[in-house]
Design a protein around this ligand. Sequence first.
Ligand code: ATP
Length: 285
Amino acid sequence: MARRLAPQQPSIRHLLAVNDGFVLSEIDPRRVLAGPKDKDAARTEIAALAPKVAALQEMLWAEAKRGATRRVVVVLQGTDTSGKGGATRLVDSLLDPAGLAVTGFGKPTPEELRRHFLWRFEQRLPRPGTVAVFDRSYYEDVLVVRVNRLVSERTWKPRYQRINDWEAALVDEGVSFVKVMLYISADEQRERLLARLADPTKQWKYNPGDVDERAKWSAYAEAYQDALTRCSTPAAPWYVVPADRKWHRDWLLAHLLHETLAALAPAYPAPDYDVAHETARVAAS
Ligand code: ATP
């Protein structure tokens, strides 16, 4: 009798990737796209995935010790309260901190503004074998900068191509990008901002300027649509994660990270010494 095969889980990378014809407004931020339908089951599955992610990270690190250059950059973008902090904590919980560096990018300093807009990100690229998380990124240079007209259109428009060229060159040097846009609805953002204001332990996270940015929702949506579609390349695709439900966001992110590392197929390097000989020496010592 034919054995019934377990239903195949579709590739999460495939499910979330921004492809030709992508329209951001057609994405439902509350939708559960795949996997468990509730929080507890999602948490259980993430915990089961964690050792697999850790093993892949260790192999990536071990390879780098022998000169491999592969490394991973996780780019997190999204409006205020979209969960970039929560997403960072998730990545943190899955990876060994020794091979992970998280950088939050706020407004550029006057010194940074004097340099090329990609300069400060170049400084924070991961070392071979490690993972870097960018909490906001050079995409702000075609998002907040464009929406608030901080530079002229003549300056921001060529940046899409610059970004694509820069990312492609880094991919050639061994960098894998996981570019994630955390997509929440305007209603969910209102709830999250109100929750911050109602909780004395969260009021410090509230910034009155967030409401001014919120008023520009449609301008941001337009800028995101352009950034996502112009800069989703085969070498460095964008992934849009529906993020109204935090547990589903985390489940998707854990799978994105796992799939990305698994696709690199890192392997422990063979020892460059004679194992039997060394075993005998240690035993005799
Ligand atoms: P977050 O909202 O990400 O939690 P925050 O409110 O604590 O962060 P910071 O992390 O200090 O503030 O800075 C984030 C702010 O910096 C955001 O408002 C973002 O739009 C802004 N920013 C980032 N890059 C640029 C840029 N290139 N030009 C202008 N503003 C930028």
